[in-house]
Design a protein around this ligand. Structure first.
Ligand SMILES: [Zn+2]
Length: 383
C-alpha cells in the first residue's frame, strides 16, 4: 500500500455552520477579501455577519468562471493588506479565491504558473490563508489543490496547482445549497458523480481515496435524483454536500480521467457549466472505457471496479459494468442533461476537441490510454 494524501487543514461540516465563519476567519486576522460568484447579492448576509464579527471585508466578484485577468486583479486587491481570502459560492468562486490567495504571495503573474498554456512554474510560497465556503454541492473544490482558470485568448482552461493552495479551512454548510435551482443541482451533482467514478478507476487510485469514492457513490445513488425533484429535501441536500466533499478528497489525491480530459478543452470552447459538460460525456466515456478494458486489459482492477460501481449505482449485486453506464445514461435523461450540440459544439470541431482532450492533464489518470478513434467515438456520441 502506498499513498500521499493531502487535504484542507481543517474541515467543518454542519447544517448552520456558516454562523461560525466570523470566528473562524478571526484566527487569521481582521481584514478579508471576500470572493463571491456572479451573484454577489447572495453573499450579503455573510458579509454582514463578517463585518459584525469584526472582519473588514473587501468584496471581489468572479463573473462566470475565473480568468487569468480576474485572478491578476483579485491578487492585487488581496496584496493591499488582506489577511485572509474567503471564497463563498460555487466552484468558480472557490477556484477564483484559491488562485487569488496563491497569486497574492507568489511573485509574477498567473501565466507564469499555469499548466499547459503557461510556463508551469512551481508555486513556492504559502498562499494567503484561504477559507472555502461552497454554496453548491458539486465541484468539491473546497478540498482540492488546484484552481481551474480560463484564458479567453487561448480558448482553453488550465490549472494552477500546488499543495500550498489547499484551504486552511473548508466550511461546508448544506443549508447554503437549499435554494440552488434544479438545473444547477443536476449539473453540479453529476460533476460529483464523475469525480467519484474517475478517481475510483484511476491509475492513481489508492486505499485512502477508495474509501471516499465508495461512500460518495452510495450517497449520490441514493440522493441526487431526490434532491433534483425536491430541493427542500435537506437530508438529500446534506448527503450531496458530503458526497461533493468526498469527491474533492478523492480527485485531489487520485486524479481524474477521460471525462475531465474532455471537460477541460470543452470548457474553453463552449459557454457551458463544467458539470453539464462532464454529464454529457460521462455515460459515453464510461461505456468506451469498459469496452477498451475488456479488449486490451481484461484482468485489470479497473474493469472490476466498473462492475463494483455498477452494483452500487443500480443496487443490484449481480450488475455488470455496462449496467452502470446505462444507469448513468438514464440518470442524465431524468435530470434533463442536454448533449454537447445544445451548447454549440459542431461536428467539424471534434478533431480539434479530441486533440486537445488527448493532451489534457486529467487524461493521464484514465485507467488505460484511449486511441484517437475511441476518443472520437466518445465525442461523437456526446454530441
Ligand atoms: Zn469536475
Amino acid at each position: 500500500m502506498r499513498f500521499d494524501f493531502a487535504t484542507a487543514a481543517r474541515i467543518v461540516f454542519a447544517r448552520g455552520a456558516i454562523a461560525d465563519l466570523p470566528k473562524l476567519a478571526r484566527e487569521f486576522g481582521s481584514r478579508a477579501l471576500l470572493v463571491t460568484g456572479r451573484n454577489a447579492e447572495r453573499a450579503v448576509p455573510v458579509l454582514a455577519a463578517l463585518e459584525g464579527g469584526g472582519i473588514h471585508c473587501r468584496v471581489f466578484s468572479v463573473y462566470g468562471e475565473p480568468t487569468v485577468e480576474m485572478v491578476r486583479r483579485g491578487a492585487q486587491a488581496a496584496r493591499e493588506g488582506r489577511d485572509v481570502v474567503i471564497g463563498f459560492g460555487g466552484g468558480s468562486a472557490i477556484d477564483g479565491a484559491k488562485a487569488i490567495a496563491a497569486m497574492a504571495t507568489n511573485p509574477g503573474e498567473p501565466l507564469d504558473y499555469l499548466e499547459v498554456i503557461g510556463k508551469g512554474r512551481t508555486i513556492e510560497r504559502n498562499s494567503l490563508p484561504f477559507i472555502a465556503v461552497p454554496t453548491t454541492a458539486g465541484t468539491g473544490a473546497e478540498a482540492t489543490r488546484n484552481a481551474v482558470i480560463g484564458s479567453p485568448e487561448h480558448g482553453v482552461k488550465a490549472s494552477l496547482r500546488s499543495p500550498l493552495m489547499l484551504a486552511k479551512i473548508a466550511l461546508i454548510d448544506p443549508d447554503l445549497t437549499r435554494d440552488v435551482p434544479p438545473h444547477v443541482t443536476a449539473s453540479t451533482g453529476l460533476d460529483t458523480l464523475t469525480q467519484l467514478i474517475e478517481p475510483y478507476v484511476s491509475v492513481r487510485a489508492n486505499a485512502m481515496t477508495d474509501l471516499f469514492c465508495v461512500e460518495g457513490l452510495k450517497r449520490v445513488a441514493a440522493s441526487l435524483e431526490r434532491v433534483f425533484e425536491d430541493g427542500r429535501d435537506m437530508d438529500a441536500r446534506e448527503s450531496m454536500s458530503f458526497a461533493s466533499l468526498l469527491s474533492g478528497l478523492a480527485l485531489a489525491n487520485a486524479g481524474l480521467g477521460s471525462v475531465h480530459g474532455f471537460a477541460s478543452p470543452l470548457g474553453g470552447m463552449l459557454e457551458a457549466p463544467h458539470g453539464a459538460l462532464c454529464a454529457a460525456v460521462l455515460p459515453h466515456a464510461t461505456a468506451v472505457n469498459i469496452r477498451a478494458l475488456r479488449a486490451r486489459d481484461y484482468h485489470s482492477k479497473a474493469l472490476r471496479r466498473y462492475e463494483e460501481i455498477a452494483c452500487i449505482l443500480t443496487g443490484e449485486s449481480d450488475a455488470m459494468p455496462d449496467d452502470g453506464a446505462e444507469w448513468i445514461a438514464m440518470l442524465c435523461k431524468k435530470l434533463a442533461i442536454p448533449n454537447l450540440r445544445h451548447y454549440g459544439l459542431y461536428q467539424e470541431q471534434i478533431p480539434e476537441l479530441v486533440a486537445k482532450a488527448a493532451r489534457a492533464s486529467s487524461m493521464k489518470a484514465n485507467p488505460l490510454p484511449l486511441t484517437t478513434e475511441e476518443l472520437s467515438e466518445i465525442a461523437e456520441r456526446a454530441l
